[in-house]
Design a protein around this ligand. Structure first.
Ligand code: PMP
Length: 363
């Protein structure tokens, strides 16, 4: 990690991702004295009025931002998105039932592996074809649910044409970890969405679940307590001690998104940043992104250098200029720039400028 004298570092990490600076500054103060309580935000009780107020405010802000209908429950849970990939089948799948999964990349496959512990899985679409043609998904009438991952964080594939989802009574479930709150969403197309907070709306370890009350009625009853959505709904996400500080940070992040202009503005900004970057890549013979335009991610933009022997030098030089965390996941190699909600346009411009200079020097 670099620590530049002028402190201008742009962090392109795919998660935990960059936070708006004003939140960090406020958190610094609240770590010492939260809301004139004379005690740190770290030490206020999860049963205190102060915490219940902030928890309710976070929930209300999320409801407003995503326009979540009243018949959907909102949960803030521990364990990140991976825990949700297990909670979903634990609650809605059993030995003699079947779930449909769409496999568009790394995180879809992990969710599939997890679900295989709980029941039968049928993969109803894979790869770019599945991402480009939602109406082609053939959902089994008897499936307990259909699961998809609208933004593949590692593969850089994203789809959002949910109006093309096939007509079906089967509950639709989505892992929205790396796209939630980055654009407007018609939530009614889904019966359950879950997301790790650490990209567009908060710190790692915390996950958000938004689920239709009708789906909840179908949940398995014979579950360990911490795995049961019903238990967490009944306890308003405070069955046990919640991740209080993470919840607080997420609350601040949601306020920030609201203040910036909500999801319409997040959508405008994410499109602007992504188009600027892809436009540069597409006009360069030195860098390349191979994903078809229709399903290129706005959030995670992978690219490769013409000669991968230059990868190490590219990363070192970028880091010297305060452009950090540009290496893609260890499973794929190459580069990836993540432009989540808190990445300013200036960060993308700085990255493009650096890449232009690097290209000039080494092409
Ligand atoms: N799903 C997606 C789409 C992700 O990007 C990630 C994390 N990068 C996960 C699931 C796993 O999240 P967590 O580490 O919070 O379990």
């Amino acid at each position: 990690m670099v620590n530049l004298k002028n402190n201008k570092t742009y962090n392109f990490c795919a998660g935990p991702a960059v936070f708006p600076e004003e939140i960090l500054k406020k958190a610094q103060e609240d770590l010492i004295d939260y809301a004139n309580t004379g005690t740190s935000i770290l030490s206020i009780s999860h049963r205190s009025e102060e915490f219940i107020n902030l928890a309710d405010r976070a929930k209300k802000n999320l409801r407003d931002l995503l326009n979540i209908p009243e018949n959907y429950e909102i949960l803030f849970l521990h364990g990140g998105a991976s825990w949700q990939a297990a909670m979903v089948p634990a609650n809605f799948l059993s030995d003699n039932s079947l779930a449909n999964y769409v496999n568009t990349g790394h995180w879809s496959s992990k969710a599939i592996k997890e679900a295989e512990h709980f029941g039968k899985i049928k993969v109803i679409g894979s790869g770019l074809d599945a991402a480009m043609n939602l109406s082609g998904w053939v959902i089994d009438k008897k499936a307990a649910y259909c699961h998809c991952t609208p933004n593949e964080t590692i593969d850089g594939v994203e789809f959002d044409d949910f109006e093309n989802l096939p007509e079906s009574d089967v509950p639709m479930i989505a892992d929205m970890s790396s796209t939630i709150l980055s654009r407007e969403l018609d939530l009614t197309k889904f019966d359950l969405i879950y997301a790790g907070a650490q990209k567009n709306m908060g710190p790692s370890g915390l996950s958000v679940v938004i689920l239709n009350a009708e789906l909840l009625e179908r949940a398995n009853k014979n579950l360990s307590t911490m795995m049961s959505y019903q238990v967490h709904v009944d306890a308003d996400s405070i069955y046990n001690t919640p991740a209080t500080f993470s919840w607080y940070l997420m609350g601040e992040f949601l306020e920030w998104v609201k203040k910036q202009g909500g999801l319409a503005e997040m959508g405008r900004r994410s499109l602007e940043k992504a188009l600027m970057f892809y436009d540069y890549l597409d006009h360069s013979d030195f860098y390349k992104n191979n994903i078809p335009r229709a399903v290129r991610s706005r959030m995670n933009l992978p690219f490769v250098l013409k000669d991968n022997k230059l990868d190490k030098l590219f990363l070192t030089e970028a880091s010297k200029q305060g452009l950090i965390n540009l290496q893609n996941h260890r499973s794929t190699g190459g580069m990836r720039a993540s432009f989540y909600n808190a990445m300013p346009k200036e960060g993308v411009e700085a990255l493009i400028n650096f890449m232009k200079n690097f290209e000039k020097q080494y092409a």
